[in-house]
Design a binder for this molecule. Structure first.
Ligand code: DAS
Length: 329
C-alpha cells in the first residue's frame, strides 16, 4: 500500500459552523479531514498533521516553507506522495511557490474545497480522495506540484482559480488539466514538457512586490506612489499581450532607471506576452527595448512569486530577466 502524508493548512475544506446557514470558520484539523473519509485507507496508508488552520488569504511565505519542510520530512520518512489541504483563494500562488522549490520526484499535491462540510453537496471529501489517489500513483512522479479539485489534475504552473464560488473553479486557461480522476483512478492525458530546475528557498518574511493592474485610460498616476514604497520589484498586470499606455510606460521607465525591476504580465489570464508583434510606444517590443521584463505565460500573481524567489536568491538585472523569461516560457 502506498504511504501518503496529509498536511492541513486550513481553508473551506476545514471550515464549519453550527448550522448550514451560519458563516463558517476554520475548525477541522488534519485528523478530522482524514477520518471523515475512511475510504482513503483503501487507497493508501495515511499519516496526517495540522500545520496551520487559517483562511488562505492569511497564508504567508513562512507557512508555505513550513509546509515544504513537512513534505520533505514526510518523503524522508517514507512517503510515496504528500497532500496539502489549503484554502482555495490563494492556493495557486502557494502551489506555484512550492513548485519552484520542490526538488523531489515524489508527488506533492494541493487540494481544497469550494463548499464547506456543513453545506449541501460539500466537495472537500471527494477532492481529498482525488488528491490522495494522485499522490499515491507512480505516474504522478517527477511532475512537480499538482493541484487537484473537481476530479481534474493541474500543474501548479498553469492552474488558476477562475470562479468565486463554483466547484469547477480551478482551470488551466492556456492548457487544460494533465489528468482526470475517474472512479478513484488517475488517467493522465498529457505529460508536461521538462520542468525548470528547482530554486533556492526564498527569504522568510514579507514579499514587498506589489501587483498593479493597468486600467483603461491609465495615466500612470499610481506609479510614483508605488515606487515611493521602495518595493523589490513591481508587477504590472497589463492589457492585451503586455501593452501599456504611453503615460504609464514613460513613468515606469524612470522607475527601472532607478533600479526597481518592472515585470509586465498579461491581465487577460491566459496566453503569453508577445515580444516582437507590435512596435508602437508602450507595446511589448517597446517595453523590452526600454528595460521591462515580460512574464511570458505566467500571470501577474505567479510572476510576483517567481520574482520573490529569484530576487531572494540574488538574481538581478539581465540574469533576473533571463530567469523570468525561462520560467515563463
Ligand atoms: N475561499 C475559502 C476556500 O475556498 C477560504 C480560503 O481560501 O481559505 O478555502
Amino acid at each position: 500500500m502506498p504511504n501518503v502524508f496529509v498536511g492541513a493548512l486550513g481553508g473551506t475544506i476545514a471550515m464549519s459552523s453550527d448550522s448550514s446557514t451560519d458563516p463558517v470558520r476554520p475548525k477541522l484539523g488534519a485528523e478530522d479531514l482524514v477520518s471523515a473519509v475512511p475510504e482513503l485507507l483503501e487507497i493508501a496508508d495515511i499519516k496526517s498533521k495540522t500545520i496551520k488552520n487559517v483562511a488562505s488569504p492569511s497564508i504567508v511565505v513562512d507557512d508555505i516553507l513550513a509546509a515544504y519542510r513537512y513534505a520533505i520530512e514526510a518523503v524522508e520518512a517514507g512517503a510515496d506522495g504528500v497532500v496539502l489541504t489549503h484554502g482555495t483563494d490563494t492556493l495557486e500562488e502557494s502551489a506555484f511557490l512550492l513548485d519552484l522549490i520542490w526538488d523531489r520526484e515524489e508527488p506533492l499535491v494541493l487540494t481544497g474545497a469550494m463548499r464547506s462540510p456543513n453545506l449541501l453537496s460539500p466537495d472537500g471529501a471527494g477532492n481529498l480522495m482525488s488528491a490522495v489517489v494522485t499522490a499515491a500513483d507512480k505516474r504522478s512522479k517527477s511532475l512537480g506540484v499538482l493541484v487537484v479539485l473537481d476530479e481534474a489534475v493541474h500543474l501548479a504552473k498553469t492552474v488558476a482559480k477562475t470562479n468565486s464560488s463554483s466547484v469547477w473553479t480551478f482551470q488551466s486557461p492556456s492548457w487544460g488539466p494533465v489528468a482526470r480522476i475517474v472512479e478513484r483512478e488517475i488517467h493522465y492525458c498529457m505529460k508536461p514538457s521538462d520542468r525548470n530546475s528547482s530554486l533556492p528557498l526564498p527569504a522568510l518574511g514579507p514579499i514587498n512586490i506589489p501587483i498593479i493592474e493597468s486600467p483603461f485610460a491609465d495615466e500612470g498616476s499610481w506609479v510614483e506612489s508605488i515606487a515611493s514604497t521602495k518595493p523589490r520589484a513591481i508587477i504590472v498586470s497589463a492589457s492585451g499581450a503586455a501593452h501599456l499606455s504611453m503615460a504609464a510606460a514613460e513613468k515606469l521607465e524612470k522607475v527601472i532607471e532607478n533600479g526597481i525591476p518592472v515585470i509586465v504580465a498579461s491581465r487577460t489570464g491566459s496566453g503569453k506576452t508577445l515580444t516582437r508583434t507590435y512596435g508602437y510606444p508602450g507595446s511589448e517590443s517597446w517595453l523590452l527595448e526600454h528595460g521591462f521584463i515580460l512574464s511570458g505565460f505566467l500571470t501577474a500573481r505567479k510572476a510576483r512569486i517567481l520574482a520573490h524567489v529569484l530576487i531572494s536568491a540574488g538574481y538581478s538585472g539581465g540574469k533576473l530577466k533571463e530567469k523570468i523569461e525561462a520560467y515563463g516560457a
